[in-house]
Write a protein that binds this ligand. Sequence first.
Ligand code: DQA
Length: 143
Amino acid sequence: MKRVVVVNGPNLNLLGIREPHIYGTRSLKDLEEIVRARAKSLDLEVSFYQSNHEGEIIDFLQEHAPGSAGIVINPAALTHYSVALYDCLQALALPVVEVHISNIHAREEYRSKSVTARAARGVITGLGFAGYEMALEYLAAQQ
Ligand code: DQA
């Protein structure tokens, strides 16, 4: 069975509590359930991870992404400045889909710049939790 890695960055543990007008009222646990259900229907195994720490995310990816069919990542604030995460994604040389719950282009100017997106096949932004499901569909359809 194909395996994919789904990673969420800083403050996404606060989904449901954090700025619900932007990120909605559902929790990270709800997101994990949605991701696992969609993955199951696509015959994908999932390694699901969230951390508030850049280095821990990089350690997780280095350990768990090799051998997987690809990465779905919402780098959260790391999107906008983490060259270290960008380098990690490049080094892994796997299909990456970057996902944002909110539309990063419709918010503060500094959010519209993604340094990690250059390492991604594509970016889904602004479609809420559905973006993760679409990213899984994309990875499931790859050879
Ligand atoms: C986010 C957008 C980022 O700008 C922000 O720092 C986040 C979440 C999103 O999912 O919309 O933490 O990645």
